[in-house]
Design a protein around this ligand. Structure first.
Ligand SMILES: [Zn+2]
Length: 68
């Protein structure tokens, strides 16, 4: 992607660890709440963090059920 304003290409970007949406590296002066960092991973929203937490709990419960 190319920005017309500064003619720089984005070379660093990441994806939301949950839904995989692209999270472009935000300018230093932009709002800090566009993305959320948790445990060193970047998420697009608090919703995705909660969703991944729920998924981890489901997997844990399923693993325990198999052992029982
Ligand atoms: Zn997300």
């Amino acid at each position: 992607m190319k920005f017309a304003q500064n003619r720089l290409y984005i070379e660093s970007y990441s994806k939301c660890q949950n839904c995989g949406i692209l999270l472009y590296e935000r300018p230093a002066n932009s709002s800090a709440d566009l993305t959320i960092l948790k445990d060193g991973k970047t998420y697009c929203s608090a919703w995705c963090i909660a969703w991944e937490d729920e998924r981890a709990k489901r997997h844990e419960a399923a693993a325990q059920a198999r052992q029982a």
